[in-house]
Ligand binder design. Structure first.
Ligand SMILES: Cc1ncc(COP(=O)(O)O)c(C=O)c1O
Length: 415
């Protein structure tokens, strides 16, 4: 019996991609506005059913295109920013949010503070002296390392003993006590323990740990937390046979933990916050490249004009991305191929031994789930310019939302 195919993973706006390929040169990223809005709405509304004051932030690092950020902010999301540039663009678009840097420099703190648009979430107690120097805010949150972690792959585990992130358990009470002594009056608590988690129960486990830590801090310092941020990490299926994360179960699980543990630890219920990136954007975008070479060697290598510089996830995480030959019926004759890019790296391969409809030069290849941690993670290795980005608007129009870089762009910072 064949596994059930998840329509969400294999969905492709074929006609829009074909018409974009007639208007714009490949490679390009293409995003669908209606899916972005639907993801925002589903996330926000599901949590608000259980937490009326739920505050969603979007992890700007997942996709920083201003046109897309504008859409997401218009859906009631704030920003989770992690660098000066992310803080800058958030402010420019008139949004506010939380700033979670790690190993943050003094200059970075000053820059973000000056925007006036962010609440700070500190990654360690050792950053307090820097804050004292530049001006102690009224509100402060700490990213804690609650000692548990999960992720779509080992490199996406972001907490536990090997993680560089978060205040270690032994320092948490001390951190809040010192912040209190510095004059901070309002507090938050945050964790980001892993990415691409598809286990619904995990998020309640994180909330449970955070409430236990909040209870310990309250007992020692009297602090009542204004907000509790469970971070991002809400997974999406990358393989057609994987199911979607059941968000209702996630939110319900956290609600149950809040009901039990706020009473147990004598906490006033904090506002629940979360900061998804992948769940909002991954399945709303595709990277489209054209086939320029079909090489029959020990295997058949299909070379497209995109590369790991556009979408580094397969190269750096060995991540799976679904691939479609645009416009070719999926039920015809198939052959196993490796779909590869143009960079001088052997891990520049989007798909390995994948059975795809027979491919010819000139065909368009779409790589799915390219809306999050894709363009934003891209780079210029081999001096490959970054690609165009296109939006399919709600009315079906195609709008260029970023031009491709030129060779001149690559050298404009050199004398
Ligand atoms: C602090 C923080 N918050 C949120 C996110 C978003 O994670 P995801 O895209 O898995 O939801 C990340 C991603 O690395 C992160 O580091």
């Amino acid at each position: 019996m064949s596994a059930r195919i998840n329509p969400n993973v294999v969905y492709l706006p074929t006609r829009a991609i074909q018409s974009a390929a007639r208007r714009f040169s490949t490679p390009f990223f293409i995003y669908e506005e209606s899916r972005i809005r639907a993801n925002c709405e589903r996330f926000r509304n599901t949590f608000r059913r259980y937490f009326p004051n739920f505050t969603p932030l979007f992890a700007v690092k997942a996709n920083t295109n201003p046109a897309l950020l504008r859409l997401i902010f218009s859906e009631g999301f704030g920003a989770d920013a992690s660098s000066e540039a992310e803080a800058w663009i958030t402010r420019r678009l008139g949004a506010t949010g939380m700033y979670t840097g790690n190993y943050t420099t003094e200059a970075e703190f000053r820059f973000v503070l000056k925007t006036g648009h962010f609440r700070f979430n500190l990654d360690d107690i050792s950053m307090l002296p820097t804050l004292r120097k530049i001006g102690v805010p009224k509100f402060l949150s700490f990213r804690v390392n609650p000692g548990i972690s999960q992720g779509g792959m080992k490199s996406l585990f972001l907490a536990g003993p090997d993680a560089k992130f978060g205040v270690p358990a032994r320092d948490v009470v001390k951190a809040y006590r010192q912040a209190q002594a510095l004059g901070v009056r309002r507090f938050g608590i945050h964790a980001m323990t892993g990415s691409n988690v598809l286990d619904e129960r995990y998020f309640a486990a994180v909330a449970d740990k955070l409430l236990a830590i909040a209870g310990e801090v309250k007992k020692a310092t009297g602090i009542d937390f204004e907000c509790l941020n469970v971070g991002g990490g809400f997974g999406v299926p990358y393989r057609p046979e994987q199911p979607c994360l059941n968000l209702d179960q996630v939110a319900r699980g956290i609600r149950r933990i809040f009901d039990r543990q706020c009473v147990r630890y004598g906490l006033r219920e904090p506002v629940l916050m979360a900061e998804p990136g992948r769940l909002i954007m991954a399945d709303t975008g595709w990277l489209v490249g054209r086939v320029h070479v079909v090489k029959h060697s020990s295997k058949t290598f299909v070379g497209i004009d995109a590369g790991m510089n556009d979408l580094p996830r397969p190269a750096i995480y060995d991540a799976y991305h679904h691939v479609t030959v645009v416009g070719k019926p999926p039920h015809g004759r198939k052959e196993p191929v490796n779909v590869v890019g143009r960079l001088c790296e052997n891990n520049d391969q989007f798909a390995k031994d994948r059975r795809l409809p027979v491919i010819a030069i000139g065909d368009l290849i779409a790589i799915h789930n390219a809306g999050a941690h894709a363009y934003a993670m891209g780079h210029n290795y081999n001096n490959r310019p970054r690609s165009t980005e296109v939006l399919i608007t709600r009315s079906g129009a195609l709008k260029k939302i970023r031009r491709a870089e030129t060779i001149r762009d690559l050298f404009q910072t050199t004398p």
